[in-house]
Design a protein around this ligand. Structure first.
Ligand code: SAH
Length: 400
């Protein structure tokens, strides 16, 4: 059996059951892609069983911190079963949910979303890739689903030295049958369409489910007349607001395909097309234009893509976040509400708060920070893996 020996003093994070071994911590030893190795401290003390990623800066990812644990099909199947069972601990008002959230579920690199009876998986580490067949069988067995689609086309595959792979792993439709790629989920009370082959991530931003509900609740209470949904993707927040009685929602995204799905989502929910405008445009440019035109909104959602994947990008990302938040705040009516988010792992909740505060200063807006939001619970964080906290949001209310 192969061994990775760490440099002196580099064992501390593994003692705390943090699952990553960075290349800079390794004194000697390696393994083939995805191979299970024994990770040891400088003195040879057992730390973890881990899968090797020979080309990645995250050189190994721990499967287990128990020396007596065998890393085999039975173990991985049990980990999948635990992840699936954990979802019953939360009140998830949707038939679209995240079943496996990588490191937080003890399955580093594996992401699995369920849309009705279809599973969509991303194998984002050499370890997950190596055990793909076993993991796929376990997923089907523990969910009772028959359809499993692979979306291993996230950028993390490149960092792992793995090729992009997409397609059916199980339940591929026969020629002439429905291709099974366009699905509709029911989130809270409303219906949302998605495409698992070409949609972002595995097709949908499930992590914003609870924040869409909060936006729905706010809209129902305040009956916003003019709503602006920036970075709307397929209009999840748009539908949430319209169902709650918003008079009109303007939605902006730079993806034409997402906007087309957004329009279809209105139809799916019996919402009149005249209550929505869809702009295929850059959000920053649109916000500037709106400021110039003197437009105002009663509620705004700002849910940009990841500006800072890691803390290395934090400074530039901070400027970009500040810019859009400053512009959005200057478009907000007194008493108006801003739902603002960052899904950047490299921007902490604390830093995000500071960025938004400073955007408010620059916009000359004083606002109540009314709520703090996070990812939906099926995208769990754990105490051992703080990197799991990537999505954070604030609800700001412009002082009347
Ligand atoms: N709020 C959405 C998820 C947003 S994800 C939901 O609830 O589903 C971020 C979105 O920003 C993506 O749809 C992407 O196409 C879009 N995007 C990225 N850069 C953009 C830009 N500069 N201007 C407009 N849209 C952009």
């Amino acid at each position: 059996m192969k061994v990775i020996r760490l440099k002196e003093g580099k064992e501390k994070s593994l003692f705390r059951k943090h699952p990553w071994v960075f290349d800079g911590a390794v004194a000697k030893g390696s393994g083939d892609a995805g191979e299970t190795v024994r990770v040891e401290s400088h003195e040879g003390r057992f730390l973890a069983w881990a899968a090797v990623s020979p080309q990645s800066r995250i050189r190994a990812r721990a499967w287990s911190f128990d020396e007596n644990q065998r890393i085999d099909a039975a173990f991985l199947s049990q980990s999948v079963a635990s992840a699936v069972a954990a979802r019953r601990l939360w009140d998830i008002q949707s038939d679209g949910l995240r079943l496996v959230h990588g490191e937080s579920d003890g399955l580093p690199g594996l992401v699995v979303d369920r849309y009705g009876d279809t599973l969509v998986a991303q194998f984002g580490s050499c370890g997950a890739e190596r055990w793909k067949k076993v993991l796929a069988d376990a997923l089907l067995a523990h969910t009772g689903c028959h359809k499993l689609y692979e979306r291993s086309d996230a950028s993390v595959r490149q960092l792992e030295g793995l090729p992009e792979l997409t397609g059916w792993l199980a339940g591929a439709p026969q020629a002439g049958e429905d291709p099974g790629l366009e699905l509709v989920i029911r989130e809270h009370g409303w219906r949302l369409g998605l495409n698992i082959a070409v949609g972002h991530k595995t097709g949908f931003y499930l992590d914003q489910r609870d924040s869409r509900k909060r936006f729905h609740d706010w809209t129902r209470q305040r009956r916003f007349e003019r709503v602006l949904n920036c970075f709307c993707y397929t209009g999840g927040f748009t539908v949430a607001a319209l169902v709650a009685g918003a008079k009109h929602v303007t939605s902006i995204d730079s993806s034409a395909a997402a906007l087309a799905q957004g329009q279809a989502n209105l139809q799916l929910n019996g919402l009149g097309a005249e209550r929505a405008s869809w702009l295929d445009a850059d959000v920053n440019a649109s916000l500037r234009q709106f400021v110039k035109e003197g437009r105002r909104f009663d509620a705004i959602v700002l849910d940009p893509p990841k500006f800072a994947p890691t803390s290395v990008h934090a400074e530039r990302a901070a400027r970009a976040y500040k810019d859009i938040n400053r512009l959005a705040l200057s478009l907000l009516e007194p008493g108006g509400v801003l739902f603002t988010f960052s899904c950047s792992g490299g921007i902490s909740a604390d830093l995000f708060h500071k960025i938004v505060a400073s955007a408010g200063m620059d916009a000359g807006v004083d606002a109540f920070i009314s709520e703090r939001l996070g990812g939906a619970p099926d995208h769990p964080m754990t105490v051992n893996f703080p990197e799991g906290e990537y999505l954070k949001g604030l609800v700001l209310v412009n002082k009347p």
